[in-house]
Design a binder for this molecule. Structure first.
Ligand code: S3P
Length: 168
């Protein structure tokens, strides 16, 4: 089965590296946030504002159910999805899960440049971001760490990512 699922916190590089990996392996690439935006015809920010986070988590769960009927693709999943009940075991059944583990310091550095596009951190300054990353990571790490492969990803390259798949 050639299905690879990238998980990790916002800003861990899932979409960028996922797209590159899919190109290299000549597989389709999907991203849960983009698929939800397309299906709902709304941005993630709008979904959070108009429907709320709980409704967004339901959309994520339903989408994973749909994707589980297909194989042979690279998927990048939203940072909160693995922490929804039952989702890590579902993702592990669907394919090879890879946790892009980025340090809190590096996450904050990356996210501060891109906060406006992300509903959970919109308008936050560095201090607030540090608190959010630390609090959410504490809750999510135990889910992320159930991935089949865990990669230190502060400086992850496509080569290291693809090598980790071939030697698994
Ligand atoms: C979220 C991460 C985002 C997106 C939404 C919520 C989270 O995805 O699903 O803004 O709860 O961490 P990315 O991790 O792809 O940025």
């Amino acid at each position: 089965m050639n299905t690879y699922i990238l998980i990790g916190f916002m800003g861990s590089g899932k979409s960028t590296l996922g797209r590159m990996l899919a190109d290299e392996l000549m597989l389709d690439f999907f991203d849960t946030d983009s698929l939800i935006e397309k299906n709902e015809n709304m941005s993630i920010n709008e979904i959070f504002e108009e429907k709320g986070e709980k409704a967004f988590r339901t959309l994520e769960t339903e989408l994973v159910q749909d994707l589980s009927e297909r194989q042979n693709y690279v998927l990048s999943v939203g940072g909160g999805l693995p922490a929804i009940e039952g989702m890590m075991s579902k993702l592990n059944e669907m394919g090879t899960t890879i946790y892009l583990n980025v340090s809190q310091k590096e996450l904050v550095r990356r996210l501060i440049l891109d906060a406006e596009h992300r509903p959970l951190i919109k308008g936050m300054d560095q201090k607030q971001l540090e608190v959010l990353v630390s609090e959410r990571l504490t809750v999510r790490e135990k889910f992320y760490e159930q991935a089949k492969i865990v990669l230190n990803s502060d400086h992850l390259t496509l080569d290291t990512l693809s090598n980790s798949l071939s030697i698994q």
